[in-house]
Design a binder for this molecule. Structure first.
Ligand code: ZN
Length: 166
């Protein structure tokens, strides 16, 4: 749900006003700031490679904005839920806390198996990045994820440079 809502504020969705009409409703300086922030994400995802092929960070920008913004909003909504309802008991036999399970749940959605040919087609044509990059890209941009897993700054899943738009 967070992902779909964030589409309203991605590189395409932002162009539509509250009535759904194509209309430039942002101030020019806001558009400039947004474009600078999104370039970070274009560069980040373009640096990922699968089977020797680079991901197209421009083609996949809207989906990556939605993945990043949606995950952040969902985590905040979960924290609000905990405030109202209290912490649930920990799951037996799993040595992860609730925040860690939240991120594990996010990542497991994208577990998949794909043929080489389908992966090639996905890289060339799909506006979504392959599953492993939906996980890696989003979580490596997340301070909440790094805090939940106590990742040292500068490690692969907690790089110093993070792309943050929403
Ligand atoms: Zn989407």
């Amino acid at each position: 749900m967070g992902h779909e809502l964030a589409h309203a504020f991605d590189d395409q969705g932002r162009r539509y006003d509250k009535n759904g009409n194509l209309n430039q409703w942002w101030r020019p300086e806001t558009v400039t700031k947004f474009n600078n922030l999104t370039q970070c994400m274009v560069d980040q995802y373009s640096s990922y490679k699968l089977q020797g092929e680079h991901i197209n960070g421009k083609l996949t920008l809207g989906e990556n904005i939605a993945d990043n913004g949606g995950m952040k909003a969902s985590f905040r909504a979960y924290l609000e839920w905990v405030k109202d309802n209290g912490e649930e008991p920990l799951l037996p036999g799993i040595s992860l806390n609730h925040k860690q399970l939240f991120f594990l749940g996010f990542a497991q959605v994208w577990c998949s198996s794909i043929t080489k040919e389908a992966a090639h087609l996905e890289i060339m044509k799909d506006s979504h990045v392959p599953g492993q990059f939906r996980v890696f890209g989003t979580l490596s941009n997340s301070y909440d994820f790094a805090n939940a897993f106590n990742c040292s700054m500068g490690k692969a899943m907690n790089p110093k440079k993070k792309c943050q738009i929403w």
